[in-house]
Design a protein around this ligand. Structure first.
Ligand code: P6P
Length: 342
């Protein structure tokens, strides 16, 4: 048999299939220390949660009682979808057995969920939005999970979780899982931004791209223009500007993770400014904006609340909201320049 190339598996793809998420974390940390092993295990648990949620989403429309609303309203005052509850519980179940996490704080829970038996061992807290953009679920559009790992500060576990209220640079790991045509996990542990794609035939997240760099500038501006009447004049001036020159493209899906992923890959800016109804913006700082902000900064981009670096902002409570301007450095700075002028 000649050396027919079609009969051989290209070495690269085989090697690539062997770079699982947990191995990648250890590779990135260049260490097998207990902390590195912890982080590797934590990321593995997050991947397991992603697989379970992805499986549920892919069959949601076929199963009874999976889609639709529970009839409840969450701490955010938003109607709760059955999948929100399911996904929230997936993360709890996955981490309850991990022995690593002492506490989980989520958009869906007014107070953090404590895992007492883990606390002497667990040195970490998981903050997460289990299903972001859940309004898209019933119409089969992309949704996402957002996560960050923070170190457990002290062992007096107060209900208010005030020790959790730290700036974005205290995050040890952050990222998102995008449930789209494929399920993609994008993460950082402070050594750049890397993406993995779920191979359902393997049941593994396989390395897709390392050290993703966001373009310095991009054509996309992503904002809900239906709020135009509620914005400060400076934001209106910015939108009038991008309406008036060539080269800008409006893209907005109503689901943060997909909109951010598009900005990461193609460049541009996403903004959710304060409005008359929500002067501090709609998006939450601890488990939405800070994880995405650190990831985008790690990819060479920028994140701001309009006045300052968002990663330096300390939330005043667990579910604190923030205006969010995030994306390519030059595009974020253009928005900031209109705010400064205003
Ligand atoms: P609006 C989804 O509810 C979400 O939290 C984000 O995923 C999304 O970016 C934003 O709200 C959309 O909000 O007000 O534009 O519908």
């Amino acid at each position: 048999m000649g050396n027919n190339p079609s009969n051989t598996i290209p070495e690269r793809s085989l090697n690539r299939d062997c770079i699982t998420l947990s191995r990648h974390v250890l590779q990135e940390l260049k260490s097998f220390s207990p902390d590195a092993q912890d982080l590797s295990s934590l990321m593995n648990r997050i991947a397991l949660a992603g697989k379970l949620i992805s499986r549920r989403l892919s069959r949601a429309g076929l199963l009874e009682g999976v889609l639709g609303f529970t009839g409840e309203v969450n701490v955010q005052g938003e109607s709760v979808k059955k999948l929100d509850i399911y996904a929230n519980q997936v993360f709890i179940s996955v981490f309850e057995q991990s022995g690593l996490v002492c506490r989980l704080a989520s958009e869906e829970m007014e107070k953090p969920y404590y895992i007492p038996e883990n606390c002497p061992i667990g040195r970490y807290t998981l903050v997460y939005d289990p299903i972001d953009g859940s309004s898209n679920v019933d119409i089969n559009l992309n949704v996402g999970s957002i996560f960050a790992v923070r170190r457990q500060q002290g062992d007096d576990l107060k209900e208010e979780a005030t020790d959790l209220l730290q700036d974005g640079y205290q995050q040890l790991a952050a990222g998102y899982i995008l449930y789209g045509p494929s399920t993609m996990l994008v993460y950082t542990i402070g050594t750049g931004v890397h993406s993995f794609i779920l191979d359902p035939s393997l049941g593994e997240f396989i390395l897709a791209q390392e050290n993703i760099q966001i373009p310095e500038h991009g054509p996309i501006y992503s904002v809900n223009e239906g709020n135009f009447w509620q914005w400060d004049e400076s934001i209106r001036e910015y939108v009038r500007y991008v309406h008036s020159v060539d080269g800008y493209v409006s893209r907005y899906s109503g689901a943060l993770v997909g909109d951010i992923h598009r900005i990461l890959m193609q460049g541009g800016v996403f903004l959710y400014p304060g409005t008359q109804k929500q002067p501090n913006g709609k998006l939450r700082l601890l488990y939405e904006s800070a994880p995405l902000g650190w990831l985008i900064e790690q990819a060479g981009g920028k994140v701001s609340n309009g006045r300052e670096n968002l990663l330096r902002v300390v939330p005043d409570h667990l579910h604190a909201r923030t205006p969010l301007i995030i994306g390519s450095k030059r595009d974020v700075e253009l928005v900031e320049s209109f705010i400064k002028k205003g």
